[in-house]
Design a binder for this molecule. Structure first.
Ligand code: PAF
Length: 284
């Protein structure tokens, strides 16, 4: 795998690929890679593209300085993992390389940036969108791959690509879970053994909600799920929401043909976790 830490050297490599007629598949990450990230690289390979992965802990998408300071940084292990799945290139720029000038871009994603994660992490989505756009400008990918665990992020990236008319196909990839159901996340390394056991309630709640929705109303499912999560005192629930899979608007009644998803954010000890699951699939 080739490694680049400057825009200039990466661009020279990308230009060679373009001259050879290669398509580029881009996987932006903040490092601390796990099987979930590797599944994105593997998914990109199915599209017969050259895979470029970035590792950049983006300071402007953190609204809490301790969270930024404690975000796991494991570059050597990341390199080994990327090599194990045959990633073609890694871009790991410094903060100055990505932000040579002061950032003053403000996007308007409307409702999408005020609901759920947007309500709990002020400024997060603007910071995320700024870095994704900057990385897209540098890499100029044909395809970009994002995990569905950050479903709201994926929805916002799709909106940004539409708004700015960028010629990039955004590919959403399924959540990868541990054997016990816990969604893989870079933040899981902060969980103690007991906290990991407590965290299993998240996916269990989502799976039971998916079963319950077949016979119960949205309101009943939501009330049950909130009580179920709150039944464990180790869990500090931020939200449980049932929303449509396109605009992320809360859903009160079952709608015909719409994809409907449940979304959870909570804290266990000091670690904030999110998860989501489709409860009802869209009808073709
Ligand atoms: O999902 C992430 O890891 C980050 O939000 C992203 C997309 C790499 C932007 O920093």
């Amino acid at each position: 795998m080739l490694k680049f830490d400057t825009v200039e050297t990466l661009n020279a490599y990308l230009q060679e690929l373009k001259n050879d007629g290669c398509k580029i598949g881009f996987i932006p990450t903040m490092g601390a890679l796990h099987q979930g990230h590797l599944s994105l690289i593997n998914r990109a390979k199915e599209d017969k593209v050259k895979t470029v992965c970035s590792v950049f802990v983006n300071p402007i998408q953190f609204n809490n300085s301790n969270d930024l300071k404690n975000y796991p940084r494991t570059l050597d292990a990341d390199v080994d993992l990327l090599e194990s799945v045959g990633c073609d290139a890694l871009f790991f720029p410094s903060v100055d390389e990505i932000y040579p000038n002061k950032v003053n871009t403000f996007y308007n994603f409307g409702y999408l940036e005020t609901t759920m994660e947007g309500a709990h992490r002020k400024g997060h989505f603007n910071g995320m969108a700024v870095v994704v756009k900057r990385l897209f400008d540098i890499v100029k990918p044909d395809f970009a791959y994002f995990g569905e665990k950050d479903y709201q992020q994926l929805t916002i990236v799709k909106m940004m690509v539409k708004m700015l008319n960028l010629p990039i196909r955004i590919v959403g990839c399924p959540i990868i879970r541990e054997a016990d159901g816990l969604a893989m996340s870079s933040r899981n390394v902060h969980l103690s053994a007991q906290e990991k056991t407590d965290a299993v309630l998240i996916s269990q709640t989502l799976m039971e909600a998916k079963e319950m929705i077949k016979t119960k109303s949205m309101h009943e499912v939501k009330e049950w799920a909130i009580n179920n999560l709150k039944s464990n005192p180790a869990i500090e629930l931020e939200y449980f929401e049932i929303a449509d899979g396109t605009y992320l608007k809360p859903v009160i009644d079952k709608m015909d043909g719409e994809s409907i998803r449940a979304f959870i954010a909570l804290k266990i000890g000091k670690t904030r976790l999110i998860d989501t699951m489709e409860l009802i699939g869209a009808k073709a």
